[in-house]
Design a protein around this ligand. Sequence first.
Ligand SMILES: Nc1ncnc2c1ncn2[C@@H]1O[C@H](COP(=O)(O)OP(=O)(O)O)[C@@H](O)[C@H]1O
Ligand SMILES: [Mg+2]
Length: 458
Amino acid sequence: MKEMKKLFILEEDQLAAAELKQRLASSQWIKVCGEASGMEGVWSTIQAAQPDIVLIGSVKSAEIGVLCQQIRLCFPHIAFIAACSARELHWEPFFRNLGIWVLTKPVDVAQLEMVAGQAGMTPFGPPFHQPPFSPAFAVAEARQEKPYPVRSPEEKRLITIYGPKGGVGKTFLSRELAVYFAGQKKEGRPLNVLAVDFNLDLGTIATSLNLPRSPNLYTWVQAIDEQLNELAVREGRDPATVTHEEWQEYSMAVRLSPQDVSKYVVVHQETSLHVLTSPRDIRQSFEIKDYHLYIMLETLKQSHYDIVLIDTAPDTTDATIQALFFAQRVVMVGNPVVDAIENIQRMLKLLREAEYPEERIHICLNRLQRREMFTVEEIRGYFQLHPSRTLYTIPDDPEVKRSINTGVPLMLYPGRSAAKEAIETLGKVLGPSFVGESAAAVQTASKKRSSWLRWLRK
Ligand SMILES: Nc1ncnc2c1ncn2[C@@H]1O[C@H](COP(=O)(O)OP(=O)(O)O)[C@@H](O)[C@H]1O
Ligand SMILES: [Mg+2]
């Protein structure tokens, strides 16, 4: 006889909980083993109930994201599902990164059963160390299709380059890091590296590498829209009447082949670097919606690229925020100038308040001159960096301007320079353990993990 999965419901909306229980009564796969309507005593109740799955609905006393993290740390073998209302859906990329399933409210029993089936086959590990799952994955299961092989986070990296001020060197650094990674090898073969220009309206990565801007992100968006339209038509809808919220829902069911990404990239011949450039026409960037970005990031996460580097705009638009939440590493770039420093500090504050894993963030001061008004130590203090964290610096280099004007990356210049070495150092820290000197990289990786746990517990 098949074993039923035990479900614990944590939901303060008692009506929603009762309805769900009623709908689950006839399920052959799931039985409810316990429930709670608030945080009080929930730890011991969960422990006693020994569930396979915990479904977390809204609980007022704690933000849902923080709550999931806390419970997962104590019960790593349990699968978690966050049931989100439309209002809470902004947490979704965050949950996905934690390996937490996300279902929309009201929870659909068939979807819940699918997740329950997965939970048995794939016990979830501790946070950040298990493959990402998504409803797209669940949909694949339902269609009896083979899900795409999910790669371990140690095998590939999504790195976002961000800086809350223009002209500090984000695009320069994105290009140089991408070229650095493209020159690295894994088991004798060159790494597959993709640079993505998420500066949707005014991106310049293509220009900085002398590349054409076609195809580009917008070409991809058009292809996604075709699929979304087809889905709507199949459901008997007229696409012209579908609302933004409904497109968001449809986008959950869109399943793109990770191999398709290569249709939309341009290749930098000298380095074999792939580049997904921003649109040619600024107006096209207005057509790129949050759900397009979400689908693209999900697909990139499953693609064959070993490293995906995302350059962003100095803003807090959807593209930038999603790129931050999807990333496994973030480089926060600034100059040693008071306004750039202040903005980094403000952004750090925001991310800290959102319980963003600070462990992922690496701060880099670009264009450092020999004599600066502030010492690196003073700036560290201002950012309140943990003593174990490094503040990376890249010197001001007169060659950079020429290198941008000619489209020849600094990393391809012959000979050594302080700026090149600084970028390599950063690349080794950011890349997976197979990048750079492996022993040193492994050591940093284990250090990182422990400091992440410390950060979580504090
Ligand atoms: N390390 C550096 N040394 C000298 N100039 C630099 C350096 N980094 C960036 N620059 C200059 O700063 C300009 C702006 O850089 P860019 O990468 O476009 O900034 P952002 O993407 O943050 O807006 C570049 O055109 C380049 O001339
Ligand atoms: Mg830029």
